[in-house]
Write a protein that binds this ligand. Structure first.
Ligand code: GH3
Ligand code: MG
Ligand code: MG
Length: 390
């Protein structure tokens, strides 16, 4: 065999190897790309499902945990928080978090353009930090002692923007597996942040629609809607539902003497007392001008006997009487008359009759001299008829 023939075979073999190598590399490349596409496909489907779940929720207290859970699932997040921007103070505040301390809610309050969250809110651009212990300019540790070393954490902060308007940020501070957040995470989780912003805006509009602008309590229409729902629920679970209706005494005179603005301040003041006195699960509404209603949602641990409900109403009445409105160094005492009634699912009592009974009891409290509680259960049929005739 001649040398030139041998050389040709070697060249051919090398050429074949090169082609095989290129094909193998190409296959590996395709496999990697296919794997990436598969992951992207999976993650987009997940984000789609999570977004759909989130966008359907209208109550903010239910929405925020659901949003945080969606980020935890989609981004493997172990620690994070949702912060809202307070338009008045231009400060961000944590509204809900996972894996964060109770202290964080109190101390993490960055101003616009301060710290990572502040910068994200000010620029509407996300920020990704691999190692917070090395980030000297953007990252501010609000929690740890500045003398101690900074925590080494990965951080991804995304803006919550609705129609070009920043609502707040989502700060993701740690992954379950200890990995760092990636550019891929930033892209995928930004889609979820955009959907979350739409859901938050919807929940805000809903909250505005069902609450009274002055007192921040539920409006009359929402009270009726909830009372119907709560009556259905109480009937299903065979629980007692109670209603408190009260009205400010001589409020016309109060307005005449101190002016309408002070009257408004009194309404806000009393709303604060009701919120402080009642449980967070109770439904408090501004029923009319200076009339308020509270639905005592059944608690399986406490039986709602008329005596207990009367005691709760009495505490409310006393709290109003003993906490005057302080205006211009004057303490203005306000009193209320209260009507209470309980419902154990009696068939002849519908929503309107239930409210009417509370109203009759309130009327009786007024007639009996005001600044007192009257329970419908304590009234005789004759009392009611006499009152209704007058
Ligand atoms: P009573 O003890 O019988 O309830 O007497 P009252 O003066 O409170 O009752 P009345 O129904 O005669 O007057 C209610 C007053 O409540 C009149 C109205 O000006 C006042 N009021 C209702 N809504 C508002 C409000 O939004 N702001 C202020 N400042 N006053 C209000
Ligand atoms: Mg009144
Ligand atoms: Mg009234």
């Amino acid at each position: 065999m001649s040398n030139s023939y041998l050389l040709e075979i070697v060249v051919l073999l090398v050429g074949c190897c090169a082609v095989l190598f290129i094909i193998a590399r190409f296959f590996l490349y395709l496999k990697k790309k296919f794997g990436e596409l598969e992951k992207l496909n999976y993650d987009l489907a997940l984000i789609h499902d999570l977004s759909r779940d989130v966008v359907g929720i209208l109550k903010m207290e239910e929405l925020l945990p659901q949003i945080m859970e969606a980020f935890a699932k989609a981004g493997n997040v172990a620690k994070g928080s949702i912060m809202f921007l307070d338009e008045k103070t231009q400060t961000l505040e944590i509204k809900y978090g996972i894996g964060i301390s109770a202290r964080a809610y109190e101390v993490v309050k960055p101003k616009l353009a301060e710290g990572v969250a502040g910068v994200v809110a000010a620029t509407c651009e996300s920020v990704l930090i691999d190692d917070t212990s090395k980030e000297k300019y953007l990252y501010i540790d609000f929690i740890s002692d500045p003398a101690k070393s900074r925590p080494k954490e990965t951080l991804l902060c995304l803006p919550l923007i609705f129609k070009g308007h920043v609502l707040g940020v989502v700060s993701l501070d740690k992954k379950i597996d200890g990995e760092m957040f990636s550019e891929y995470d930033r892209k995928i989780l930004s889609i979820l942040a955009n959907q979350s912003a739409v859901a938050i805006q919807n929940a805000r509009l809903y909250e505005n629609a069902i609450t009274d602008g002055l007192t921040d309590l539920y409006i009359h229409k929402y009270f009726h809607y909830r009372l119907e729902k709560e009556m259905d629920r109480a009937k299903r679970f065979e629980q007692t539902l109670s209603l408190i209706l009260f009205d400010i005494d001589h409020f016309k005179n109060f307005n005449d003497v101190y002016g309408h603005q002070v009257g408004d301040a009194a309404l806000v003041h009393i709303s604060g007392i009701i919120k402080d006195t009642m449980r967070t699960s109770d439904i408090i509404a501004r029923y009319g001008g200076e009339e308020f209603a509270v639905i005592l949602v059944p608690d399986p641990k406490i039986e709602q006997t008329p005596e207990i409900v009367k005691r709760i109403a009495e505490r409310l009445r006393a709290n109003v009487e003993n906490n005057p409105l302080n205006i211009k160094e004057k303490a203005l005492q306000i009193t209320i008359s209260v009507g209470v009634v309980s419902w154990k699912g009696e068939k002849n009592v519908d929503k309107d009759e239930f409210i009417k009974r509370a109203d009759v009891a309130l009327y009786a409290a007024k007639k009996a001299g005001r600044n007192r509680v009257c329970a419908w259960e304590d009234m005789s049929k004759q009392d009611c008829e006499k009152l209704l005739k007058n």
